[in-house]
Structure formats: structure tokens, C-alpha cells
Design a protein around this ligand. Structure first.
Ligand code: FES
Length: 108
């Protein structure tokens, strides 16, 4: 079991969810009914509604975004930052247990 914490600066809330290895962060958040990650395209890299800001030290544990993810990050609704990622492209592994991300104020 992998735990991931979703922090929402906009609402001042924080929620920890549990995920299975192999799930994407987007899939885990949807399965847990966690608000703030929409994932409209189901992980096909066509919607950019699964945007998150990855907190350190976790960003350094992720592989860099592939070209398609990098391109889609230009279409996120909230500000794109250096630690912006699309959560459908974050494959959860046991090494990511404890991952903490911030949710943007909006996905649309
Ligand atoms: S779920 Fe659509 S780009 Fe991630």
C-alpha cells in the first residue's frame, strides 16, 4: 500500500489516500473520491485536468515528463510551475510511499 497526501492550499485541507502499486496518482485520487483531480480524459494525456504540484523532495524521485506530458502542461488551467505534473502520468511505486502533492485552485 502506498500513501499519498493531497494538499489543497485553496481550501486549507489535506487528505491522505491509499493507492496500489501500478496505479497512477490520478487513478488513485479518483478511486478515493478525492476532490481536486478531475482526470476527464481517463489518462490519455488530452485534458490536463489532473494537474498537481509535486512537493519536494518527491519531485526528484519522479522521472522527467515525457514530451507529450510537457506539451499538455502548457494547457493546465492554473499557473504552470516548475513542479507541475499531470497526475495521470505519475505511476505509483512503493518508492513513492509518502508522496505529497498540492492541488491547483482549479482544473478548468
Ligand atoms: S487525465 Fe487527462 S491529461 Fe491526465
Amino acid at each position: 500500500m502506498i500513501t499519498v497526501t493531497l494538499v489543497s492550499p485553496a481550501t486549507g485541507t489535506e487528505r491522505t489516500i491509499e493507492a496500489q502499486p501500478g496505479q497512477s496518482l490520478m487513478q488513485a485520487a479518483i478511486a478515493a473520491n478525492a476532490p481536486g483531480i478531475e482526470g476527464d480524459c481517463g489518462g490519455l494525456l488530452t485534458c490536463a485536468t489532473c494537474h498537481v504540484y509535486v512537493r519536494e523532495p518527491w519531485l526528484a524521485h519522479l522521472p522527467p515528463p515525457v514530451a507529450d506530458e510537457d506539451s499538455m502542461l502548457d494547457f493546465v488551467a492554473a499557473e504552470r510551475r516548475p513542479n507541475s505534473r499531470l497526475s495521470c502520468q505519475i505511476a505509483l511505486t512503493p518508492e513513492l510511499d509518502g508522496l505529497t502533492v498540492e492541488l491547483p485552485a482549479s482544473q478548468y
